[in-house]
Design a protein. Structure first.
Length: 404
């Protein structure tokens, strides 16, 4: 963990974090360190980058013990931080109001309480925490489906880990601290995918049947490029719609005497599908069907990624997208909302392009997986349709959260 008096020294990390070193990132880090020193009257600081994430396959399955493929991306939150030898945490950014609280005091609900709840979870599980000062700058868009909340949670958790615990806290505990904060602060019953993908780096397969297990894939991704279409609607205030999905899946699991769908035999589910529909309704049964189909797709996609089979990757991504539209039904807020499905249809019309709702869904973004050979023309068509500011190209990042 290096100490910085100005941000320019961080440029040696830029190629790993962002794919290349750019003047824009140089200025970004210079401003970050300058603002930190000015805000808190420190002469130096530490730096940390916490990435956004992309979910390739496994849409809304983690909370029921499913399997997911996700990766870290080059859109990140960077933080300049340092312990302040007290018990007060002070957090400031250029885009949000200042946050200040005392370590160990009870937290309230809302976004301002996320950092406090991350720290409280770690304290309650026997780890140490103290006061620190933090200044942040974020390229992870709020409400766009690339997990700005998880990136922020893992930023806080890793600062506490490094400053007060010697870096000994394991990733599963850090991820659970973020999950706890999101559930308590935002009333959002999330699984561990978002936090896990932010931490892991690269392309990773997660298995949540027994808690938190992950396997880094030796993925060959040179043949594809990733783009998000921002449909212009934030999903930041749609927690009630997300909450209904795990609740519906739990209701189906209960029909089989289980707590989660992963504990239900797939053969039992299909042989009793009509009885399940009678018991809980077709909508809930279809969401369970999506769960089982997504788990199978994850296995196939892992193979395709490691083989670098671009056509198969795109085919599976599109299957996942169709299942989210037709079975999971997380692609619209109401029957008149067609923003996501329209974006999926348009992207696929441009050629052999994979397109699916990204993240929690209902609003936000569409993930496009584009063969490298046709990327320029597809990207130009997307920009012409939606505007360049709404099209977000991304790189798969080989590292997740990183203290520089």
């Amino acid at each position: 963990m290096d100490i910085y008096t100005h941000g320019g020294n961080a440029r040696r990390h830029f190629a790993e974090l962002y794919g290349k070193s750019t003047y824009a990132q140089f200025i970004r880090y210079q401003k970050l360190v300058y603002n930190f020193k000015k805000q808190y009257n420190h002469s130096d600081c530490y730096l940390l980058s916490s990435s956004g994430r992309v979910e390739f396959c496994g849409n809304h399955t983690d909370h029921n013990g499913g399997r997911v493929i996700g990766c870290s991306v080059n859109l990140d939150i960077v933080g300049a931080f340092k312990a302040n030898n007290g018990r007060v945490v002070r957090i400031q950014s250029a885009k949000h109001p200042a946050i200040e609280f005392t370590v160990g005091e009870s937290a309230l609900q809302g976004g301002a309480a996320i950092a406090q709840n991350v720290i409280n979870y770690l304290l309650e599980n026997g780890y140490n925490a103290g006061g620190f000062d933090l200044y942040t700058d974020s390229l992870v868009l709020n409400g766009a489906g690339i997990s700005s909340s998880a990136a922020y949670e893992m930023l806080i958790a890793n600062i506490v880990n490094k400053l007060f615990n010697g870096g000994v806290i394991q990733d599963d505990v850090l991820a659970k601290a973020g999950q706890y904060a999101e559930q308590v602060s935002l009333n959002k019953p999330c699984g561990l995918l978002d936090q896990g993908a932010v931490l892991s780096g690269g392309m990773t397969e997660f298995d949540f049947k027994g808690g938190f297990a992950c396997k880094r894939l030796n993925a060959r991704t040179d043949g594809i490029k990733l783009v998000l279409i921002d449909t212009g609607k934030s999903h930041a205030n749609l927690s009630h719609l997300y909450a209904a999905i795990p609740s519906d899946m739990y209701d189906v699991a209960k029909c089989f005497g289980a707590d989660r769908l992963i504990d239900v035999k797939e053969s039992d589910f299909y042989s009793n599908f009509n009885k399940t529909v009678q018991a809980v309704g077709l909508g809930k049964a279809n969401r369970a069907k999506h769960f089982f189909e997504e788990n199978a797709r994850v296995d196939r996609l892992s193979v395709a990624l490691e083989q670098g089979n671009v056509e198969e990757i795109i085919r599976i991504v599109n299957q996942s997208g169709d299942s989210s539209i037709n079975l999971l039904r997380n692609c619209a807020v109401d029957e008149n909302d067609t923003a996501i499905s329209d974006a999926v249809t348009f992207a696929r019309s441009l050629g052999n392009v994979g397109a699916r709702v990204h993240g929690g869904g209902f609003a936000g973004t569409v993930l496009c997986v584009i063969p490298s050979g046709i990327f320029a023309e597809v990207f130009a068509a997307l920009c012409a349709k939606y505007g360049e500011s709404k099209i977000l190209p991304m790189r798969i990042r080989p590292v997740g959260v990183k203290i520089l």
